[in-house]
Design a protein around this ligand. Structure first.
Ligand SMILES: NC(=O)c1ccc[n+]([C@@H]2O[C@H](COP(=O)([O-])OP(=O)(O)OC[C@H]3O[C@@H](n4cnc5c(N)ncnc54)[C@H](OP(=O)(O)O)[C@@H]3O)[C@@H](O)[C@H]2O)c1
Length: 591
C-alpha cells in the first residue's frame, strides 16, 4: 500500500519480533549486512493493554503478567528492552551515517503515559515481579518512561556527534492500540476521550515525521505536536543539563501549549451543540402545503400565544374561520385582534375557555355547538408545562405548584388531558359529521416528546398524583402520554369515518411554556432552546400540516411533518388505552 501510494519502490518489508531479544539480534545483524548506512531509526512499535481494566475489566482478556519465552515481561520487553537492544546494535552504523550537514537520528515514540510511571531507582522492578497485583497500564507507563530515560542517556552520549536522539508523544491517536479495552471501557472512557482529543493516525504520525525532517537541534528533546512537550515525568533527565535545556523551552512554551490545548478542547465541546443545532435545522419539518381553507371552521385552544397563535395565524392566512379559545379573556381578544390584522382575515373569533374547569369546558362546548353548524378541525393545543427539575427542588412550589382545580383534579392533568378530553367528547359528533369523503375533518392533539418518559401504572392509577410526592415533570409526561392513548382510542373509533384523529410533537419551541418552571429549570430550558429550539412559527408547522395534509393521518403521531420515531412503547396497546380512557370518561361524567 505504501509503495502504491508513494510510487517509491525502495520500501522493504522485514520480520521483527521486538519482544524477543534473539529476534532483535538477528534483525540487527541483517540490517548491518544489508545497509551500509542507516540514517534514521524510529523505535515506533509498542504494546499497551487495557487501560480501563480496573474499572471495566474485559472478560475476554487475561489480566495477568504475560511473559516472553525469554522470561521478560511482555510490555517492557517490546516497548523498552527490544528497542534498546536494537538501538545499541545499530548505534555505530547510525553514528557513521550522520554528517555535520545532515545529522542521523534515533527516534523513540514514547507516550504521555510516562507521566504516570512509578519506578523506584533504588529497587527497579522492570519485570513487575514484585507488584502485588499486575497493573498493565502502570507497566505500559513504566516502559514509556524508560524510553525517555534511554533517550536522555543516548543524548548525553551523542552530544558531540553527528547523531541525535529524540523522543516524542504522538498524541491520543485512534489506532488499534486500544484493542484490549472492554466494550464498556471503550464506550465510557476511551471513545469519548478519543472523540474529544483524539487524532487520526495520519495526524498522529506528524511529530515522528518532523523528527526526521527537522533541521532543528533535537538531541535529548521530548516532543509533542512538533514542539517540546510540557508534561514529562520529573525523574526524566533530572541530573543532566540536557533536561534543563528542555525545561527552559518548556516554560517559554508552556502558556502557548496550555492555550492551544484548551482551545482544542473548547472547539470540540462547541462541536456537540453545533452538530445538534445543525441536525435540528436540517431535519426541521416545514409545511409547504398551500391548500386553501375557505369555508372551514377551526377551533384552537390556547391560541393566544406560542405555537397556538402561530397555528391560528397559518390557518387564518389560508382562509379558515378560526375560533381562538383561551382562559384569559383580555389576552384572547388582543390575540384575535393581532391575528385579524396580520392575516387580513376578519373571520377570527375570541371565546373564553378554561380547560382546567369542567364547567367552563361544558359551557364553551355548548356555545360552540349553538354557534357553528360544522367544526372541520379541533386543535387541542393549550397546555401547561412541568419543570424538569421539579422533583429535585428543595421547595417544589418554586416550580409548578401542586394545585388542584375546583373539580378536585390536579391542575396539569386537568388542563392537558381532562379538559381536552371532555371538550373533544362533547364536540365529537359535530366534528365527525363535518368531514366528507376525500376531505376529512380532524381532531389534533398537541402532545410532546415527553410522553416517552411517562410512567403510568395501570394497576395503581394515580393520575391526579395524590398518593405519590408531586413531580410536575412526571405529571406533564403522563398527561402527554394520555393524549396519545386518547388519539389511538379515537382513531379506532373513527376508522371508517370521514374524520381523523392525529397527535403530534411540535419540537422544543421557544414559547411561554416554561413560565411556571423554577429559575434553574428555565435556564436549563433556555440553553436547550439556544441549541435545538425552534421559533413558535417553526413549532407550529406540524400542527398546520396536520390540519392541511391530504394524507391519511388517522391514529398517527407526527413530528416535523412526518411520523415521529420516539414514542412511548405502550402506545397502541388497545386494551390498556381503552381501559384508561373509559375510566377517565367515567370519572369526568362524559358519555
Ligand atoms: N414549547 C415547547 O417546547 C413544547 C414542546 C412540546 C409540546 N408542547 C405543547 O405545545 C402546546 C402549546 O404550548 P406552547 O409552547 O405554545 O406554550 P404557551 O406559549 O404557554 O401557550 C399555551 C397556551 O395555552 C393557554 N392555556 C394555558 N392554560 C390554559 C387553560 N387552563 N385553559 C385554556 N388555555 C390555557 C395559554 O394561555 P395563558 O398563557 O394565558 O395561560 C397559552 O395560550 C402545549 O400543549 C404544550 O404541551 C410545547
Amino acid at each position: 500500500m505504501i509503495k502504491s501510494e508513494t510510487s517509491n519502490e525502495k520500501i522493504h518489508a522485514r520480520a521483527l519480533d521486538l519482544s524477543l531479544q534473539k529476534d532483535v539480534k538477528r534483525f540487527a545483524r541483517e540490517m548491518l549486512e544489508q545497509f551500509p548506512k542507516i540514517h534514521y531509526l524510529i523505535n515506533n512499535a509498542g504494546v499497551a493493554g487495557d487501560m480501563t481494566e480496573r474499572i471495566f475489566p474485559n472478560p475476554a482478556v487475561k489480566h495477568e503478567r504475560e511473559m516472553t519465552k525469554e522470561g521478560f515481561e511482555l510490555r517492557m520487553a517490546t516497548n523498552f528492552l527490544g528497542p534498546t537492544t536494537l538501538t545499541e546494535l545499530l548505534l555505530e552504523r547510525i553514528k557513521e551515517s550522520g554528517s555535520p550537514d545532515e545529522v542521523s537520528r534515533i527516534i523513540h515514540v514514547s507516550s504521555m503515559g510516562n507521566m504516570y510511571s512509578k519506578i523506584n531507582p533504588n529497587d527497579m522492578d522492570l519485570m513487575a515481579a514484585r507488584q502485588p497485583r499486575f497493573d498493565v497500564s502502570l507497566q505500559y507507563c513504566n516502559s514509556k518512561v524508560m524510553q525517555l530515560h534511554y533517550n536522555c542517556h543516548l543524548a548525553r552520549q551523542l552530544k558531540d556527534s553527528n547523531t541525535e536522539s529524540v523522543a516524542l508523544h504522538p498524541g491520543a491517536v485512534r489506532t488499534n492500540i486500544f484493542r484490549d479495552v472492554s466494550s464498556l471501557g471503550r464506550l465510557l472512557l476511551i471513545d469519548p476521550m478519543l472523540w474529544l482529543l483524539g487524532k487520526n493516525s495520519r495526524q498522529g504520525a506528524q511529530t515522528s515525521i518532523f523528527c526526521v525532517v527537522s533541521d532543528d537541534q533535537l538531541n535529548g528533546k521530548y516532543l509533542m505536536d512538533c514542539r517540546p512537550a510540557w508534561f514529562v515525568h520529573p525523574s526524566v533527565g533530572e541530573e543532566h543539563h540536557e533536561t534543563k535545556m528542555i525545561n527552559q523551552q518548556i516554560s517559554a512554551n508552556m502558556m502557548l501549549e496550555v492555550l492551544l490545548y484548551l482551545g482544542r478542547v473548547i472547539l470540540k465541546l462547541l462541536l456537540i451543540p453545533w452538530m445538534l443545532w445543525l441536525y435540528k435545522e436540517l431535519t426541521m419539518g416545514i409545511c409547504y402545503l398551500t391548500k386553501k381553507l375557505d369555508g372551514k371552521i377551526v377551533i384552537i385552544t390556547g391560541g393566544t400565544k406560542g405555537i397556538g397563535f402561530q397555528t391560528a395565524l397559518g390557518l387564518a392566512q389560508r382562509g379558515a374561520e378560526v375560533v381562538v379559545a383561551s382562559h384569559n379573556a383580555k389576552e384572547t381578544e388582543a390575540a384575535v385582534a393581532d391575528l385579524k390584522e396580520i392575516s387580513g382575515n376578519p373571520r377570527i373569533h375570541a371565546r373564553n375557555l378554561d380547560l382546567a374547569s369542567q364547567v367552563s369546558v361544558r359551557k364553551f362546548a355548548r356555545t360552540i355547538l349553538e354557534e357553528f353548524e360544522a367544526i372541520h378541525c379541533l386543535i387541542n393545543n393549550a397546555g401547561i408545562g412541568g419543570d424538569l427539575l421539579h422533583k429535585y427542588l428543595p421547595n417544589p412550589d418554586h416550580g409548578n405548584p401542586h394545585k388542584f382545580t375546583d373539580d378536585g383534579y390536579e391542575r396539569i392533568m386537568a388542563t392537558n388531558f381532562y379538559g381536552p378530553l371532555t371538550l373533544t367528547e362533547l364536540l365529537f359528533e359535530r366534528v365527525k359529521a363535518s368531514g366528507k369523503p376525500g376531505d376529512p375533518s380532524r381532531i389534533i392533539h398537541i402532545s410532546s416528546l415527553e410522553n416517552y418518559y411517562a410512567k403510568i401504572n395501570l394497576f395503581n392509577l394515580d393520575l391526579n398524583s395524590r398518593k405519590t410526592p408531586f413531580d410536575a415533570r412526571a405529571q406533564y409526561s403522563n398527561s402527554k402520554l394520555l393524549q396519545l392513548y386518547y388519539n389511538q382510542f379515537l382513531a379506532r373509533k373513527l376508522k371508517e369515518s370521514n374524520c381523523q384523529s392525529v397527535a403530534l410533537h411540535p419540537g422544543l419551541v421557544r414559547t411561554n411554556f416554561t413560565k411556571e418552571f423554577s429559575v434553574l429549570g428555565q435556564w436549563i430550558t433556555y440553553i436547550k432552546f439556544l441549541i435545538v429550539g425552534k421559533s413558535a412559527q417553526q413549532g407550529a408547522q406540524t400542527s398546520i400540516f396536520a390540519a392541511l395534509s391530504d394524507e391519511d393521518l388517522n391514529g398517527r403521531y407526527l413530528s416535523d411533518c412526518r411520523d415521529a420515531w420516539i414514542v412511548n412503547p405502550t402506545v397502541g396497546r388497545e386494551e390498556r388505552e381503552t381501559k384508561i380512557i373509559k375510566e377517565t370518561k367515567h370519572l369526568l361524567g362524559v358519555p
